[in-house]
Design a protein around this ligand. Structure first.
Ligand code: LMR
Length: 397
């Protein structure tokens, strides 16, 4: 019956994670998947999250189905963090938000919905981007092309090429944008550059779909959401997928959100209905437990600042590791220009020069990076960073 099934080549990130897990070497270092490790090399359980879990675990409320759109309190909390606490768009009821199965679930629901109502549109993703972006939009039935983003020669954002390309796009083209901590490059737009993109979006009547999986890990919660707020100010309609996996260290609970910013409240109520239908057809309703934990943290006046401080500490540790990696690389391979690392932000760095050496890095040094040359800086700590610098220097010499 199933003899015609072809073999799955595997996923460049998740399949490598299994190889890392099965590697018996104690000195192995995981810089592949986007996981935040603390300085002791552990994936932390945040204190604010543990306290919220105690509250949720103590509840004797029945574990019934959530609505298709998820927990209302969770959706309110998503709107607060993504759009800001005093957002005009939220206040006027023109934002429809649902709880989703991680950020990927939000992208899937959003792309299915868009395919139904914009069947003639096509999608544009940055070159490079997170591999699953193409898969999800193609899976929804869109044709997907890339827009220029990262210049491998300068190892920096190529804003001139990106903006020029956007000026050529047809109306209603879906443009997938990373508001902060670009995955995989860590090369982000400045606020002034985002303003220019917002202007082009308005002029060309483009349809932005934002993927914000790292809010708080770039410059701060509000700074990282600059693009969201700028599009709202400009009166644009758009979608934003957000994820709490990294910033709550709750990867396995799959907590995300999808928001659609509409022209008015009437349009938003129809957007909500269409998102609910897309959810029902995909997985019926989201799981409850992780969402209750997240909403407990975000809506509690004591836990919320505790959590924000924990995320701020994560961000600062990542920045410190980036600086130490840069210092180590300059020391071990001074002939190479490593300054691009310091221009990157968030969980990742991107060094395409390392891409051909991925297997050697794994086999000789036990250092796992993604085949594109993406490095998860959040996997570095004070005990392993120099070993990583030496390994990178060794393969490039
Ligand atoms: C990553 O980019 O490593 C993470 O977003 C995990 C994933 O699902 O790929």
């Amino acid at each position: 019956m199933f003899s015609t099934l072809s073999a799955y080549a595997g996923d460049p990130i998740l399949t490598l994670q299994l190889a890392y897990r099965d590697d018996p070497r104690p000195e192995k270092i995981n810089l592949s998947i986007g996981l935040y490790y603390d300085n002791e090399g552990n994936i932390p359980r945040l204190e604010s999250v543990q306290r919220a879990q105690k509250v949720v675990n103590a509840s004797t409320a029945p574990c019934t189905y959530l609505p298709m759109s998820g927990s209302p309190a969770y959706c309110k909390a998503v709107q607060g963090i993504v759009f800001g606490e005093h957002s005009e768009a939220v206040g006027s009821g023109r934002v429809a938000t649902i709880q989703t199965v991680g950020g990927s679930g939000a992208l899937k629901v959003g792309s299915d919905l868009l395919r139904k109502f914009f069947p003639n549109s096509s999608a544009r993703i940055s070159s490079p981007t997170w591999d699953n972006h193409r898969a999800i939009f193609e899976g929804a039935g869109f044709s997907v092309e890339t827009y220029p983003y990262f210049d491998p020669v300068t190892q920096r954002l190529d804003f001139a090429a990106m903006s020029a390309y956007f000026r050529t796009l047809a109306a209603e083209t879906i443009v997938l944008l990373h508001p902060c901590c670009h995955n995989p490059t860590g090369a982000d737009l400045s606020h002034a550059q985002w303003d220019e993109i917002v202007q082009i979006v308005a002029e060309r009547k483009l349809l932005p779909f934002l993927d914000m999986a790292y809010q708080g890990l770039g410059e701060g919660f509000d700074q990282d959401a600059y693009l969201v707020r700028a599009l709202v100010r400009a009166g644009q309609s758009f979608l934003v997928a957000n994820s709490f996996s990294k910033i709550f260290s709750l990867y396995g609970e799959r907590c995300g959100g999808l928001s659609m910013v509409c022209a008015d409240a009437d349009e938003a109520s129809r957007a909500l209905g269409q998102m609910q239908q897309a959810v029902r057809r995909n997985y019926s309703s989201p799981p409850a437990y992780g969402g209750h934990v997240v909403e407990t943290v975000l809506l509690d006046p004591q836990l919320r600042p505790m959590w924000e401080a924990e995320v701020n500490a994560m961000r600062e540790r990542i920045q410190a590791m980036r600086t130490q990696l840069h210092r180590g690389l300059v020391q071990h391979h001074p002939a190479y220009d490593w300054d691009f690392l310091m221009a990157q932000s968030g969980m990742f760095s991107y060094a395409p020069a390392l891409a051909p050496h991925m297997h050697e890095l794994i086999e000789r040094f036990g250092v796992y990076i993604i085949e594109s040359g993406r490095i998860c800086v959040a996997g570095l700590n004070t005990s392993n960073v120099d070993r990583v610098a030496q390994a990178f220097a060794a393969v490039l010499k």
